[in-house]
Design a protein around this ligand. Structure first.
Ligand code: DOR
Ligand code: ZN
Length: 348
């Protein structure tokens, strides 16, 4: 049976939520990842030093708690897990940023209203208005993570955002800019155009196209923002992920919503993949004969790009079918009830 070991996997884009949801799902990530970049789109968004520190404490508490019941018991022995914290982008002044810099890993920018809990985001991308904040971030070496979508036609939103990436990249050459959860060939092409542009890619965007979401029966659990695009786009993402392009990192964008908010008229956006992400990645990379590149995609690239040194963790995966549970505490994962090709055998 084929086996594959991953060291210190990192999820460079993760939604852990808050309250009961946080307590229910955080240990699923802490079990198999050494750390994750934690998205700040709570209600209200994380935008002060106090909120950021308090949220980090709640996360650590959630991953440290004993399993509440048998269902989650296997995930309770999580070893180390570092929540790399982010603030919700606003125009912050340099003194504030200098004071908070040690507590955070990045700042996440959302265009206003473009996705879940992003109403307080940026309304118009006036570079001069943003300049003091972005220059201060560059000086303090704080990366900018960006949800890159306009409010245009849904299939064109990411491609239309490329002008904004271009203008951010050229106006702030010393700022590290991460194009989050890219879904298009256009975004892939940007990677080699600007030295300071990087990207995260989800596992679901490596697997599905829009056809899987709405081509047959509509699949609410595959609905997310940005929406999955054309097969050619997926192929472009696959190419850079499988080749472990040094500027791409794995970021699951695992975004749990309660089942009733997904299976509803007005379905919340988000695909929940945290507990199966590494298994799916092994399957994708093994099928392509590129398993040797997975380590760079799930950890090494992120370590170099962000300059982080995660806690030691070793994940042993085996090519043995894993039946994905129907739900994890009321959250329906991708491929619920289906069998996937790889399982986690052990975590040290
Ligand atoms: O599908 C998504 N869900 N995309 C996002 O950008 C946000 C996320 C969420 O927070 O649910
Ligand atoms: Zn996200």
């Amino acid at each position: 049976m084929k086996q594959h070991t991953l060291l210190m996997p990192l999820d460079m884009h993760l939604h852990l939520r808050d309250g009961i949801m946080l307590e229910n799902i955080a240990s699923l990530s802490a079990y198999s990842f050494s750390g994750a970049i934690i998205m700040p789109n709570l209600v209200p968004p994380v935008s002060t030093k106090e909120e950021l520190i308090a949220y980090k404490e709640r996360i650590l508490h959630a991953v440290g708690i004993e399993a509440a019941d048998d269902e989650m018991e296997e995930f309770s022995d999580n070893g180390g897990f570092e929540p790399y914290m982010t603030l919700f982008y606003q125009n912050y002044d340099e003194d504030f940023l200098a004071e908070v810099a040690d507590e955070l890993t990045a700042i996440k920018l959302y265009p206003a209203g473009i996705t879940t809990n992003s109403e307080g985001g940026v309304k118009n991308f006036d570079i001069e208005e943003m300049r003091p904040t972005l220059e201060a971030m560059a000086r303090l070496d704080i990366p900018l993570c960006v949800h890159g979508e306009t409010d245009g036609f849904v299939m064109d939103r990411e491609a239309e955002f490329m002008n904004i990436y271009e203008s951010l990249a050229t106006n702030f050459p010393d700022l590290k800019i991460i194009m989050e959860h890219i879904t298009t060939k256009e975004a892939v092409d940007m990677l080699d155009k600007h030295a300071n542009l990087y990207a995260t890619i989800t596992v679901h965007h490596l697997l599905i196209s829009l056809d899987d979401v709405i081509g047959g029966m509509m699949k609410p659990h595959l609905f997310c923002k940005p929406i999955a695009k054309r097969p050619e786009d997926r192929d472009a993402l696959l190419k850079v992920a499988l080749d472990a392009h040094p500027k791409v990192m794995f970021g699951s964008d695992s975004a749990p919503h309660p089942q009733h908010k997904k299976e509803a008229c007005g379905c919340a956006a988000g695909v929940f993949t945290a507990p199966i992400a590494l298994q799916l990645l092994c399957e994708i990379f093994e099928k392509a004969g590129k398993l040797d590149n997975l380590q760079s995609f799930v950890s090494d690239n992120a370590q170099s790009i962000y300059g982080i040194c995660p806690e030691f963790k070793e994940i042993i995966l085996v090519q043995e079918p894993f039946k994905v549970p129907e739900t994890y505490k009321g959250v329906v994962p991708m491929y619920a009830g289906e069998s996937i090709g790889w399982s986690i055998e052990d975590v040290d």
